[in-house]
Design a protein around this ligand. Structure first.
Ligand code: NAD
Length: 493
């Protein structure tokens, strides 16, 4: 793929943010640095947006919502989304480089996400012309026609984490454009650059001023004012369960609608009849991909006791074979963690695992020699002899750490798998069709994958059970989250 340079409102390392169609600094004039997590190098400074900037962005989004954007017909919004998808396709390599340098995602993996992200944009484009209410027969006296209308909820505040800036931005902005909403996006302070690039591409595609705004800044200074803003009609949030809870509290002022994609501690159950050739690499990458910084990481690996030792041995060999390094190298399979803070956090869990009596069978250390010295690298880690009560088996680590737990019966595996406050995803490996169906029914998770993992499609809803959140992204339900339903009665006799 080739890099196609685009119009750059950005000068060197200073990147302004995007409000009301203008590239602007923070009202305070303050900035913060963003670093390449593989090298520690500062790659840009961006505005440290705050309450005043959120005010300005919400006002711009409101003006756009009631302005010409409200008269865009569905087919015009469709054309716009298709143009955005085409521009993304042309600039895909640039988007990948941005994600790789800002948050460490291996470029091979970033490139591999093209179909998913472009597919999402084109799916929303299709949905833009498929929105409709219903005519409903009523039992009222007289001659009254009743029907429903679907109307955009209005100004949407979108708050996203660092671990998938491109997909997370598109998952928030795409449905807003399809339904006629406007957006104020607050990227993670750890990875703000791709969302800014996305704003640039959207403007180039012809998204009207104020329809998409990006305010960079911290959670406390920019995220919280957005979550509590009385002029915001809906918040879509992806991030930790703890922050999700504070978003819900902040939303109470105007009872804005909220959808939450939160954390997880997802189980993967490997049955005795599983195809190990397939199960070992897929189970490994269910956690090691993106250095474990994935909400759906299959970090609790329940393995049938009869195959447990062999499985752990093969898994450990696989972990040790993975190529770790700067994600910009196309051969790299495992990149760095996002920050020193995240590195400290994951190292804390490595210590906790050993202190609580788990047996370290692969990895378990920070990599700090030579080219690794300036980055935040952790070797893919496998713990065996883990019990359900250990912290590494209960808490979301958000690092490349798997805990293997043997089981004796499927009933026991399901009970233990469901014994968590989370319910984002689950995996099953079996050759038996009945087991596949039974477990996919009994596991309490928003997504269940059998003999695969990470399968996400724009047309299939994704989201959490329990403390992994509510609301769905993907599928028809997703657009419903951006729409109000109005019942209309017209007396015609
Ligand atoms: P985080 O909750 O710390 O931050 C997420 C976003 O919220 C950031 O933009 C941050 O600036 C902002 N924020 C922080 N405090 C805020 C506040 N008080 N008010 C408003 N905004 C605030 O999460 P993170 O550490 O960036 O990301 C990791 C977490 O995200 C993990 O728990 C992971 O499981 C979760 N995640 C979930 C999904 C999913 O789809 N379910 C996807 C990716 C990540």
């Amino acid at each position: 793929m080739t890099v196609v340079p685009i119009r750059q409102p950005i000068d060197g390392r200073r990147r302004p943010m995007f409000i009301g169609g203008l590239w602007v600094d923070a009202a305070s004039g303050q900035t913060f640095e963003t670093r390449n997590p593989a090298t520690g190098e500062v790659i840009a400074t961006v505005p440290r947006g705050g309450r005043q900037d959120i005010e300005r962005a919400v006002a711009a989004a409101r003006n756009a919502f009631v302005g010409p954007w409200s008269r865009f017909k569905p087919h015009e919004r469709q054309k716009l989304l298709l143009r955005i998808a085409d521009l993304f396709e042309r600039h895909w390599e640039e988007i990948c480089i941005s994600d790789t340098t800002d948050m460490g995602l291996p470029i091979a993996r970033a490139r591999g996400n093209a179909n998913r992200v472009l597919g999402m944009l084109r799916y929303y484009a299709g949905m833009a012309t498929a929105l409709h209410g219903e005519t409903i027969e009523n039992s009222l006296p007289g001659d009254i026609v009743s029907f429903t209308r679907k109307e955009p909820v209005g100004v949407v505040g979108a708050i996203i984490p660092w671990n998938a800036p491109t997909a997370a931005s598109v998952w928030k902005i795409g449905p807003a454009l399809a339904t006629g909403c406007t957006v104020v996006l607050k990227p993670s302070e750890e990875a703000p650059l791709t969302p800014l690039l996305i704003a640039e591409l959207m403007a180039e595609a012809g998204v009207p001023d104020g329809v998409v705004n990006v305010v960079t800044g911290t959670g406390a200074e920019a995220g919280a004012p957005l979550a509590e803003h009385m002029g915001v009609d809906k918040i879509v949030f992806t991030g930790s369960t703890l922050t999700g809870q504070s978003i819900v509290r902040a939303s109470a002022g105007n009872l804005k609608r909220v959808s939450l994609e939160l954390g997880g501690k997802s189980p993967v159950i490997v049955c005795a009849d599983a195809d190990l050739e397939r199960a070992v690499p897929v189970a490994a990458m269910s956690v090691f991909a993106n250095s474990g910084q994935i909400c759906i990481a299959g970090s609790r690996l329940f393995v049938a006791r009869s195959i447990h030792d062999e499985f752990v041995e093969r898994l450990s060999a696989y972990a040790a074979s993975l190529r770790i390094g700067n994600g910009i190298d196309p051969e790299t399979e495992i990149g760095p963690l996002i920050s020193q803070r995240q590195l400290d956090r994951v190292e804390g869990y490595l210590r906790a695992g050993s202190e609580e009596g788990a047996r370290l069978v692969a990895g378990g250390t920070r990599l700090s020699d030579g080219a690794f010295a300036a980055g935040n690298f952790i070797a893919p880690t496998v713990f065996a002899g883990v019990s359900d009560t250990m912290r590494i088996a209960r808490e979301e680590i958000f690092g490349p750490v798997i805990s293997a737990l043997p089981f004796d019966t499927l009933d026991e595996a399901v009970r233990r798998a469901n014994d968590t406050p989370y319910g984002l995803a689950a995996g099953v490996f079996t050759r038996d069709l009945a087991t596949a169906h039974q477990l996919s029914r009994r596991l309490q998770a928003g997504s269940v994958w059998v003999n695969t993992y990470h399968a996400i499609d724009p047309a299939v809803p994704f989201g959490g059970y329990k403390m992994s959140g509510y609301g769905r992204e993907g599928g028809g339900e997703h657009l419903g989250e951006y729409l109000n339903t109005k019942g209309v009665f017209i007396r015609i006799d």
